[in-house]
Design a binder for this molecule. Structure first.
Ligand SMILES: [Zn+2]
Length: 326
């Protein structure tokens, strides 16, 4: 069930989803020595959050040109499709793709879209993009990122978000960028309530006008906020395996996704940076089924909630809905 069940994923960083074998191959081609970031079985290896960031950075250093992103997209979607994902949204950053230059960004985006089209034909998986500003690069750079997003907004580039170090600055510092993205027709999400507490979730919702929250799980520390999120119908992009791998919660049974769902919050399930957390969508489903005794009905409901919260156009949503009900 967990492998073949059709899945919808809303929170995936393209670089963070890079299979280690793909990165190793790319590094070898470019004569870069990054052997230190892998364990003896060839998986990404780190012991704490700070080392994780270093390993992540070293792996993504190998991605330099649009062609690398084309190949990356194909490799990532192959993995997602193997896990039963039929629709996916991925975070893309003009900061890493062309240094926030609109012309260069268009070339990267073109390469990624071409690969997504190929993967759709090959594996039947549909991909859409969400541009994310990087919080720790600051509000000024996020404005350039928002302009890149606004210039390329359309049927494929459908959303705008905020990722990066949650402890840097406040959501309201990025309000200008979110307003510009909204005016360009982009739908909005932001990372909050992962490293920041419930107040970071409240601020992101109030100051940025987002309809989805990346993680948002620490809202559980403030039940009034949980009720507000449920009432407003705000969707949480929950990534349990990521939270557990980074030590936010000691194990699956203590993860708040079940309590959030029981209290009426629209929760979805995603992998964030799957190979870095040694997970896949199939594994997330498996672990949730074991931890909370979730049956097929729960996972079907989660897939429907995810699809309803997807940023794609209605024709795409209908096509995916058909496949969910097959
Ligand atoms: Zn994330």
């Amino acid at each position: 069930m967990t492998q073949t069940h059709p899945k919808v994923e809303l929170h995936l960083h393209l670089e963070g989803a890079a299979p280690p074998a793909f990165i190793r191959g790319l590094a070898a081609e470019k004569k870069m020595d990054i052997s230190g970031i892998f364990d003896e079985r060839g998986n990404y290896s780190y012991t704490d959050f700070w080392q994780f960031l270093k390993v992540y950075e070293a792996a993504t250093e190998t991605l330099k040109i649009p062609e690398d992103y084309h190949r990356l997209t194909l490799a990532v979607l192959e993995e997602s499709a193997a896990s039963g994902v039929i629709y996916s949204e991925t975070f893309l950053s003009p900061d890493f793709c062309g240094g926030r230059d609109v012309g260069a960004w268009r070339e990267y985006l073109h390469a990624i879209r071409e690969a997504a089209d190929l993967a759709e034909k090959r594996d039947g998986i549909i991909l859409r993009g969400i541009v994310t500003a990087i919080r720790h690069f600051g509000p000024e750079k996020s404005k350039e990122t928002a302009l890149c997003a606004a210039e390329t907004a359309g049927d494929w580039l459908v959303g705008f978000g905020l990722a990066g170090d949650e402890k840097m600055g406040k959501p309201k510092d990025f309000a200008w960028s979110f307003d510009a993205a909204r005016e360009a027709g982009l739908r909005l999400t932001a990372h909050a309530g992962e490293w920041g507490g419930p107040e970071s979730v409240r601020d992101a919702i109030c100051d940025l006008g987002i309809e989805r929250v990346g993680h948002g799980v620490r809202a559980i520390e403030d039940l009034a906020l949980v009720d507000e999120i449920a009432e407003k119908g705000i969707v949480l992009e929950v990534c349990p395996g990521s939270n557990i791998a980074l030590g936010l919660y000691p194990g699956w049974r203590t993860h708040p996704i079940h309590r959030l769902r029981e209290r009426g919050v629209k929760v979805t399930v995603s992998t964030d940076d799957p190979p870095f957390f040694h997970t896949t969508m199939a594994r997330e489903y498996q672990m949730l089924a074991e931890a909370f005794d979730w049956d097929d009905g729960v996972f079907e409901e989660i897939a429907k909630t995810s699809l309803a919260a997807a940023f794609c156009d209605e024709a795409t949503r209908e096509a995916v809905a058909k496949r969910l009900s097959e």
